[in-house]
Write a protein of this length. Structure first.
Length: 238
């Protein structure tokens, strides 16, 4: 959020009007939960069956598999561009990619690599906003379904090198935001920030594991190299 219009001269990040008067929003986007849902629906039939028959959450079972794999997924890199690539690395022709696979990699590696690849997408968003705004983002708040995974929140904190915060009552964050705006619109709340402060509450903070810094720095570098190399190819093949 910003109280003045910010124009990105290299067109990586758009600036929108906010629902809050005289405020603006720097925006970035990418495939997140929908990419992990693809992994669940495509590769995790056993976990889905257990969810149906034994009421064991499939995503929780996927977390246990991913937890068995070390940070960095032993060299497996995922570009989760299943719907093209959003800001700041915009390319409508981009495709998802799994790179570095060997005979030693397993389904558990793929699950963790997807979590890490999406976390690197978030890293790119944060990195670009910091460059555009010329300040350091201190923490990141995780909302909706992905925030239910302690493992994924920890991976995001490790990749970002910043604390990741989960919030109470934000399982359906977009719907909650709409309700807050409606409440403000009919006079229940004096302001949107006041409503947000009353309704939301921090639950947990995930602190970066510094032992994983070198590993994820290497992952980020490989992600950027692959992105830059594959984007032109994606446009040629579209």
């Amino acid at each position: 959020m910003t109280d003045k219009i910010i124009i990105d001269d290299v067109y990586k990040l758009p600036c929108f009007y906010s629902a809050i008067t005289d405020m603006y929003m720097i925006h970035a986007s990418g495939s997140g939960g929908i990419a992990l849902k693809w992994v669940r629906d495509t590769l995790c039939e056993k976990e889905l069956q257990a969810e149906s028959l034994q009421h064991i959450n499939a995503y929780a079972a996927m977390d246990k598999l991913a937890e068995s794999i070390p940070a960095g997924s032993e060299g497996l890199i995922v570009l989760p561009h299943f719907q093209g690539s959003g800001e700041p690395d915009v390319n409508q022709y981009a495709k998802g990619a799994i790179y570095g696979a060997s005979l030693s990699h397993t389904r558990a590696h793929i699950i963790r690599a997807f979590m890490e690849g999406i976390a690197v997408c978030v890293y790119r968003m944060v990195e670009s906003v910091q460059e555009l705004m010329n300040f350091d983002i201190k923490e990141v708040i995780a909302l909706s379904g992905g925030a239910n995974s302690a493992l994924w929140c920890q991976i995001k904190a490790d990749v970002l090198g910043k604390p990741v915060i989960t919030m109470e009552g934000t399982q359906d964050a977009a719907c909650l935001g709409a309700a807050i705006l409606a409440g403000y619109g009919i006079g229940i709340f004096e302001s949107v920030p006041e409503a947000a402060e009353k309704i939301t509450k921090r639950i947990q903070t995930y602190t970066p594991n510094r032992d994983h810094r070198d590993i994820y720095d290497a992952t980020i570098t490989k992600y950027k190299l692959l992105t830059n190399a594959l984007f032109p190819i994606a446009e040629e093949l579209q």
